[in-house]
Design a protein around this ligand. Structure first.
Ligand SMILES: Nc1ncnc2c1ncn2[C@@H]1O[C@H](COP(=O)(O)OP(=O)(O)O)[C@@H](O)[C@H]1O
Ligand SMILES: [Mg+2]
Length: 250
């Protein structure tokens, strides 16, 4: 829980004392703050208590991994962090945005401009090529259009998909589609990247390449990354691993 306690520096900076933050890596700004999160799903008369009091804080430039058995609530928690779903109770803050005080439209705007999603539910557009899918991500985020071409080429190159840029999703394997989805999510340079099992479809070599890319995004671009994974080797690059168990984080 060390990371959760690295707050004194960011409090200093809020008070205008930026001196304390000059040393690289010495200071961290919180970008995600969850407090007292409960989530209960109702199906008919039954209630499923999935999240039971989650407090979590992610600092800028942090790479956090959520692990836990299937059904433990990892996807539910990522959905809540990303404003795709609302908690039954509790507060969610992303950057300066208080999701619990905002309407759907406002949350959608924040999502499009500030958060990148690598989620199964955000599948690629089936009629667009890999290149056009990444372009769509940039268009929706409001990224300056003059820079689209270079940025798309760069991101497809980073995920090793340059040769397949003109292929549509049905012409690509599951792993290749996942790599395009990763390029699409990171292209707009979101402050926060949420990734649900992003390496699930990838072989070991490609998983390592993606994790190195995440590591670089974190260290060089100060992107904050929160991802779920089953893959033990991924845990090495994380600077914090949260374990979901019985609706709580250990
Ligand atoms: N929309 C929903 N309605 C009802 N139950 C749900 C819904 N979404 C998730 N659940 C339940 O919440 C639990 C946690 O699911 P999930 O967050 O997908 O877990 P994980 O991602 O860790 O596998 C599961 O028991 C699942 O069935
Ligand atoms: Mg899941």
């Amino acid at each position: 829980m060390e990371d959760l306690q690295q707050t004194s520096c960011s409090q200093d900076s809020r008070e205008g004392n930026s001196q304390a933050c000059e040393e690289p890596g010495s200071c961290t700004e919180p970008i995600v703050s969850l407090s007292g999160i409960y989530k209960t799903f109702r199906s008919g008369a039954a209630e499923v208590h999935v999240l039971k009091g989650i407090d979590m804080r992610l600092n800028t430039g942090q790479l956090a991994i959520l692990k836990g058995r299937s059904g433990s609530g990892k996807t539910t928690l990522l959905n809540i962090i990303g404003g795709l779903d609302m908690p039954s109770e509790g507060h969610v803050q992303v950057g300066e945005h208080h999701f619990h005080r905002m309407g759907d439209k406002q949350r959608t705007r924040v999502r499009k401009s500030e958060i990148g999603f690598i989620f199964q539910a955000f599948a690629l557009h089936p009629l667009l090529s890999a290149w056009e899918n990444v372009e769509l991500g940039l268009r929706l985020s409001g990224f300056p259009s003059a820079q689209w071409k270079d940025r798309i080429d760069e991101c497809l190159e980073q995920v090793g998909m340059t040769q397949r840029a003109q292929h549509r999703p049905y012409e690509l394997s599951g792993g290749e589609q996942q790599r395009v989805a990763i390029a699409k999510a990171i292209a707009p340079r979101p402050r926060l990247l949420l990734a649900d099992e992003p390496t699930a479809e990838l072989d070991t070599r490609m998983s390592e390449r993606i994790m190195l890319m995440f590591e670089r995004l974190r260290s060089e671009e100060r992107m904050t990354i929160c991802m779920t994974t089953h893959d033990q080797t991924m845990l090495e690059v994380a600077d914090h691993v949260y374990e979901m168990a019985d609706g709580r984080l250990d």
